[in-house]
Each structure stands twice: as C-alpha cells, then as structure tokens.
Ligand binder design. Structure first.
Ligand SMILES: [Zn+2]
Ligand SMILES: [Zn+2]
Length: 160
C-alpha cells in the first residue's frame, strides 16, 4: 500500500497588486470606512409608478464629515450606523418626515419642501435651494439617479 503523497498546499507568492498608475488627482476612496449594507425603500406614487431609493435618502440622512445629519429634524449625530438607524426609526423623526411630504408638482422627482428656501431631493439625497431646484431636476446627475430609482423598482423584491 502506497501512502498517498501528502498534498501540501502550494504556497503561492502573494502577487504584488499592480497599482494602477495613480494620478495624484484621483486619490479618492482610499480610506473609506467599511461598507454599510444599503437598505432600500420603495416609494409608490399616486400614479402607481414605483421608485426605489436608499433608506438614508428617504429619511433625509446626509453624511457630513464625522457626522450624520437629518435634514428634516435638523439634528446631527455621530457617524454611527446604529445611532442613525435608531434615529430613522424613532417616532419623532417619522412624524417630522411626514410633515414634509413630497411635493405633488414635482411628482417622481421626489422633492420635499424644507423650511425656508430649501428643498430636499430624495432621489439624489441632497438639499437644493429653490433657486436651483428646476436646474437640479433638469440636470444630468438627477436624471441618472432618477433612472436608477426606476430601474431598481423594476427589479425590486420586497423582503417577505
Ligand atoms: Zn430625523
Ligand atoms: Zn435630484
């Protein structure tokens, strides 16, 4: 009986990753924090049209430096996912969000009117001043985001 030769896992030298020619101007996303799972929400318009946006967009949570900011409650919190989720599910926040409904006139663009001269674009997760609002909605980046929200809705399967 011959003993089967012990298989030694081949030790492969770790291939040195060839870093792409780094142009010094494009050093973004190098020290990004761990990716959070992105939660999505479905928004159904009165017309029956469906859009899927990220939960943070829907809830008006912006990231600003080391903080999360809720545009509706006008409150800031430490950049901690648990903290953020707790805020989003708080009754107080939910009530406040409800008091800023999507403006009918802007339909699928999901614009909420904030206090003062600001509007919030749920599609893009940005605050836009009234002055720039129409320009924003007609802009390429908003159009792209909107298209993505529509496309996601076509593939969206709610968690059962
Ligand atoms: Zn809030
Ligand atoms: Zn937008």
């Amino acid at each position: 009986m011959s003993m089967p030769a012990l298989r030694q896992p081949k030790k492969r030298p770790v291939e040195a990753k060839k870093s792409p020619p780094a142009s010094k101007t494009e050093q973004k996303k190098s020290n990004e924090p761990k990716k959070e799972p992105l939660n999505y929400l479905i928004v159904t318009l009165r017309s029956g049209k469906k859009l899927v946006v990220s939960s943070d967009s829907y809830h008006g949570i912006l990231t600003s430096g080391e903080l999360f900011r809720c545009v509706f409650c006008e409150t800031e919190m430490v950049r901690d996912v648990l903290c953020k989720e707790r805020h989003k599910s708080s009754e107080n926040h939910r009530k406040i969000v409800e008091s800023y409904p999507h403006v009918e006139e802007f339909n699928e663009n999901l614009i909420r009117k904030l206090n003062g001269a600001d509007h919030y674009c749920t599609i893009c997760n940005v605050v836009v001043t009234t002055y720039f609002l129409h320009k924003h909605i007609a802009g390429e980046s908003h159009m792209d985001e909107l298209q993505m929200a529509i496309t996601r809705a076509l593939a969206y399967k709610p968690n059962v």
